[in-house]
Write a protein that binds this ligand. Structure first.
Ligand SMILES: [Zn+2]
Length: 143
């Protein structure tokens, strides 16, 4: 499913919540490495943004080239999602609780590392998981 976020559980996260990996003797943010494989070298001074706003996501379709400044202004966040011209991704906010629940219940992420990935507090992660416990169980039963 090309539009779902992809996470890795085998890779340590750096202090900013990005998965990191060593490749050709260099330490890479996994999303930069994936982008490079998919699209070629990243020009100097450019950074990789996430359409889906999930820092830990390594789905090449969710990555785009931007500048640090742009990335910050695009990342005007209201809890979990982009505002402004990333409107089409707001709908995705509704499924974020599902991603978060999956990461917690199925993929073995701690609430703290989920918080880092989504740039939210561990309390908020815990809240979301609790709030959507029933939804998540329904989802499991429907699957
Ligand atoms: Zn994604």
């Amino acid at each position: 499913m090309k539009d779902e976020c992809i996470y890795t559980t085998d890779v340590a996260l750096d202090k900013d919540g990005y998965p990191r990996i060593k490749w050709k003797k260099k330490l890479w943010r996994l999303n930069r490495l994936i982008y490079t494989f998919a699209n070629g070298d990243i020009p100097e001074g450019k950074v990789i943004g996430h359409f889906c706003n999930n820092k830990g996501c390594i789905n090449a379709n969710h990555l785009y080239l931007t500048t640090f400044e742009e990335n910050c202004s695009h990342a005007a966040r209201d809890g979990l999602y982009f505002t402004g011209h990333h409107n089409k991704h707001i709908e995705k906010a509704n499924v974020d609780w599902l991603n978060i629940s999956k990461m917690y219940h199925e993929q073995g992420y701690s609430q703290t590392s989920i918080g880092k990935i989504y740039s939210i507090t561990q309390n908020r992660v815990s809240e979301l998981i609790k709030k959507h416990k029933q939804d998540y169980e329904d989802y499991i039963n429907d699957r």
